[in-house]
Structure formats: C-alpha cells, structure tokens
Design a protein around this ligand. Sequence first.
Ligand SMILES: CC(C)(COP(=O)(O)OP(=O)(O)OC[C@H]1O[C@@H](n2cnc3c(N)ncnc32)[C@H](O)[C@@H]1OP(=O)(O)O)[C@@H](O)C(=O)NCCC(=O)NCCS
Length: 200
Amino acid sequence: MKAPLHIHELRGEALAPWLDALGGLRIRVFREYPYLYAGTLEYEREYLAVYQNARDSLVVLVTDDAGNALGAATCLPLAAEGPEFREPFLKAGMDVAEVFYFGESILLPEWRGRGIGKLFFDRREAHAQRLGYPVTAFCAVDRPDTHPQRPAGYRPLDGFWQSRGYAKQPGLQARFVWKEIGEENQSPKSLTFWTRQWIP
Ligand SMILES: CC(C)(COP(=O)(O)OP(=O)(O)OC[C@H]1O[C@@H](n2cnc3c(N)ncnc32)[C@H](O)[C@@H]1OP(=O)(O)O)[C@@H](O)C(=O)NCCC(=O)NCCS
C-alpha cells in the first residue's frame, strides 16, 4: 500500500517554518540534470523570502505522515519577482501585471510518476484563476540534447507541459546566474518561458 501523502497550501507567514525544508528540496532536486545547480541554503532563504513576503503567492507542499517535505510547487504574481524575471516580458511588450508566474515544481525522484506534478499545476492554476490572471507562465533551462551531463534515457518534460496547454515562447528568454556542479564560479544560464493564455 502507498503511504498517505498530505497536500498543504501555504501562504505568507505559514511558509516560515518550511523555508529550510523547501530550500533543501530545491538544492537536492535541482542538483540533477538539467539544472545541475550547486545551491546553498543561504541563497535559498533569500530566494524563498520573496514567496513569504509577496502578496498572493502560494506554495503547494507535499509531506508524508511524519511531516517530511517530499515536493513543492511555488507561484506568485510576476510583478512581485525580480527584474531578471520581468524583463523578457517587458521587452516583448507584454503586461507584466497580467502574468502569474510558476516558480518551480520539485518532487523527490522516488515520488514521481503518481500524478503529483499534475496536482501542482491544478492547484497553482486554480489559484491564478481565482485571482483573475489571464496568463500563467514558467521557465525552464535551455540545454542542448547533446549536453554531456544528460543522463541516458532522460525524458524531457516538454510533452507534459504541452499537454497542460503551455506553449514554449522562444521570444521570452531570461538569463539567470547560478553555480553549476563542477563550476568554479557562477555563470549565466539561458532559460525560456512557457505560457498559457486563459480565456475569461
Ligand atoms: C516536474 C515533476 C515535479 C513532475 O512530477 P510527477 O509527479 O512525476 O509528475 P506526474 O506524475 O504528475 O506526471 C506528469 C507527466 O509528466 C510526465 N512524466 C512522468 N514521469 C516522468 C519522468 N520520469 N520524466 C519525464 N516525464 C515524466 C508524463 O508525461 C506525465 O504525464 P502522463 O502520466 O499523462 O504520461 C518532477 O518530474 C520533478 O521534480 N522534476 C525535476 C524538477 C524539474 O525539472 N521541475 C520542472 C521545472 S521547475
């Protein structure tokens, strides 16, 4: 029998006790290809504080019976994020105030393939819909198919995202900086946004 899971929807101060668990999850999951992120809890606390402080943000957290964090998905109004997130939309002439941004979906590998990724989209989309946003968006790192770290049998998530009604927008590219596993220093990485329009 599968162990029962608990789904929490956290906002504002309710996030405070979970910040380090969330940061730890991000570090663990994004260490893997395609992000190869060599993260630190210090940076994670700063990054996640934006979600704690932003009006209308939401974190969907999955825990087991013992209260261990197994996965999470985050979202907030794009307008509440930093300039590096907003700039691609501004450059493309889009109204940042209309975009609800999905920060990440992360799940420990042993819990994947059970529909939690779909639940993460369902919950965040319902939240964005309740708030009346006409566009939801997220971004993903650009990696060539020939990347030396790509594991054999790696399955990109593009098909899943398309099935959720999202389209890749090559005109919406961001550059974020992080230290990659094996890198001496931080370096810029290119990410492309995916968007979905919601018809009122
Ligand atoms: C994104 C993520 C949370 C999805 O979680 P999940 O619970 O496995 O997703 P689901 O079980 O809801 O499956 C959703 C779809 O993803 C696809 N999928 C499932 N397992 C997959 C795998 N191992 N690799 C690639 N795609 C997979 C399938 O298309 C599935 O739809 P289907 O069941 O109709 O075929 C998880 O894969 C993850 O943590 N990935 C690493 C972090 C990441 O890259 N996040 C996205 C960018 S922030």
